[in-house]
Design a protein around this ligand. Structure first.
Ligand code: ASP
Length: 585
């Protein structure tokens, strides 16, 4: 007999049935006269019971030789449990064992394979196949699968077709660093792994496919963080004959569908905000709108009272924290420490407590009287009981620091619950960004993004002012996706390369194929790509995308299970005509 049921499906209704189960031994309890085994597979856990006098002696003896994670097959009868376990779906029954075979032995696993494990991160990565046996990790991958399925359903239902684009492509200087692959047949030449299928999906529009998508691996050789992996997955999409509004509607629809299908949540309507406002009001192009605390700029009201920190600052900006006037000295010190951390980078923090009794206490009482402070409070529209927190300094850094402080306070005050979702489109990004290091403009999104038509005439004269027809989808302060309406005319694409400081011959060399394609009837088109791993993490309520990837890399970009990256043999190097400097060998 091979298995008749999985380990998650038997109920009281099957009482009396003769069944066969196969799986892994999660736990054995031997109480002398009685012996229980928890048998686990992907679907759940079922309890097996053996009893001296009832179960055959040779089976009992065999069971006593079994260890954790052995793979076994058992036959037996479904019986009702005396003491039921309401924590698992099969908890009303157990299997009275009549036959038992060991299909494979297992070494003692290096960590507990249970919901809560004692294994550290590195150890679990090394034995990822064991970690994947744990229910929470398996559930994450099940969630990923469901999201993938639902995505394909929605997009296929809207006439999108999934088309694979190549993985061995051409290295280009734009964007992040490429991973490269040496070519053996073409010695001295290299492929690059795609950072995204951007140019290919545009070529598919030129080819007339009209609506394309692909759930696709992308590769970027960047420094790693919790929400970054060198290889990650995008839901990559492109549409022809559309304007921005069409794209926004279509993909608002996708995300709304995913929330409904997977989480049974009716997402609230998407808010929309221009990039400039996002920066001014939240100090970030991906504001978390689960809570308020908008920025208020105070330059006009605070200057000229002899407080040099404010008087000399490019920007004085603050937030009103509701109900936090009662913060203690210690709590305020903690916040000051927080903003002074090198990764936040502020010099100090000014506070104003609007006490409930109507008095005001601030850290700048020396320079400002009660009337001054009261006028600040009224600018904020703040109430008694609120706490004003104010930073000053260079614009960009000060906004960044206040944005981090705002998020920190949001968390401290419980205003960022992970079962509340507030979606937002951020619109009208700048097209170009000045890079101090290389002293030239970079495309903020990518060089194929169309300028807004009303700004196009400024592209040559004041490139820094031009806004892009680009959009990001942000949910709870996480950028889930971004895209743009594209350039589809050769002339404008060339102007764009120009603005990026690319010579005609460089542009021809790097992107000649695209420029040529634009001369053969390229339709207007636009699209978006979502970070699929991030969507999984958000739906699963986690910060780390790694938990949603079957075999992720660690912080150093290594897969410590298969131990890669690794050296290759001298023969391989010879084949590729590559030599390493001797000290690197
Ligand atoms: N290819 C872009 C990216 O990877 C997304 C897009 O513009 O569709 O960010």
């Amino acid at each position: 007999m091979i298995r008749t049921h999985n380990c998650g499906e038997l109920r009281l209704s099957e009482k009396g049935a003769k069944v066969c189960l196969e799986g892994w031994v999660q736990k054995i309890r031997d109480k002398g006269g009685m012996l229980w085994i928890d048998l686990r597979d992907r679907y759940g856990i079922t309890q097996l019971i053996m009893e001296e006098g009832k179960t055959q002696d040779d089976i009992l003896a065999k069971a006593r030789g079994i260890g954790r994670e052995y793979v076994i097959r058992t036959t037996g009868v479904v019986v009702e449990r005396v003491s039921k376990n309401d924590k698992i779906p099969t908890g009303d029954i157990e299997i009275a064992v009549e036959g038992l075979s060991i299909l494979n032995e297992a070494k003692v696993p290096p960590f507990l394979i249970e919901g809560e494990t004692d294994g550290g991160e590195e150890l679990r990565m090394k034995y990822r196949y064991l970690d994947l046996r744990r229910e929470p990790v398996r559930k994450n991958l099940e969630l990923r699968h469901k999201l993938m399925n639902a995505t394909r359903n929605y997009l296929s239902g809207k006439d999108f077709i999934e088309i694979e684009t190549p993985v061995l492509i051409k290295s280009t200087p734009e964007g992040a660093r490429d991973f490269v692959v040496p070519s053996r047949i073409n010695k001295g030449e290299f492929y690059a792994l795609p950072q995204s299928p951007q140019t290919f999906k545009q070529l598919l529009m030129v080819a007339g496919f009209d609506r394309y998508f692909q759930i696709v691996k992308c590769f970027r050789d960047e420094d790693l963080r919790a929400d970054r992996q060198p290889e990650f997955t995008q839901i990559d999409c492109e549409m022809s004959f559309v304007e921005r509004e069409d794209v926004l509607q279509m993909f608002e629809g996708l995300v709304r569908y995913l929330f409904k299908e997977i989480k049974q949540i009716d997402l609230q309507p998407f808010q929309r905000m221009e990039y400039e406002d996002a920066i001014k009001l939240y100090g970030s192009d991906k504001p978390d709108l689960r809570f308020g605390m908008q920025f208020l700029e105070l330059n006009e009201v605070v200057k000229g009272k002899g407080f040099n920190v404010f008087d000399s600052a490019e920007l004085v900006v603050g937030i009103a924290v509701p109900g936090a006037a009662e913060y203690s000295r210690k709590q305020l010190d903690e916040l000051t420490e927080f903003v002074r951390r090198p990764q936040i980078g502020a010099q100090g923090l000014v506070y104003v407590k609007l006490n409930n009794d109507g008095t005001i206490k601030s850290s700048v009482d020396k320079f400002y009287n009660q009337d001054d402070l009261r006028s600040w409070a009224s600018e904020f529209g703040a109430n008694d009981g609120d706490l004003l927190l104010i930073l000053a300094g260079e614009q960009k850094r000060t906004r960044f620091a206040l944005s981090e402080l705002r998020l920190e306070l949001g968390s401290r005050l419980g205003l960022r619950p992970n079962d509340k979702f507030v979606p937002l489109w951020v619109l009208d990004f700048p097209l170009l960004e000045w890079d101090e290091e290389t002293e030239r403009y970079h495309a903020m999104h990518h060089p194929f993004t169309s300028p807004k038509s009303e700004d196009l005439n400024q592209l040559a004269s004041s490139p820094g002012e031009v806004r892009a027809n680009a959009y990001d989808m942000v949910v709870n302060g996480v950028e889930l996706g971004g895209g743009s309406i594209r350039i589809h005319e050769r002339r404008i694409q060339q102007q764009m390369f120009d603005a990026l400081g690319m010579s005609d011959s460089e542009a021809e060399d790097q992107f000649g194929f695209l420029l040529n394609a634009f001369e053969y009837g390229a339709p207007p088109h636009g699209g978006i790509a979502f970070g699929f791993d991030r969507i999984c993490a958000m739906f699963g309520g986690s910060e780390s995308i790694r938990d949603y990837i079957a075999f992720p890399k660690n912080n150093a970009g290594r897969d410590i299970m298969i131990n890669t990256p690794s050296q290759i043999s001298d023969e391989q190097l010879d084949d590729l005509d590559l030599t390493l400097k001797s000290d690197e060998k």
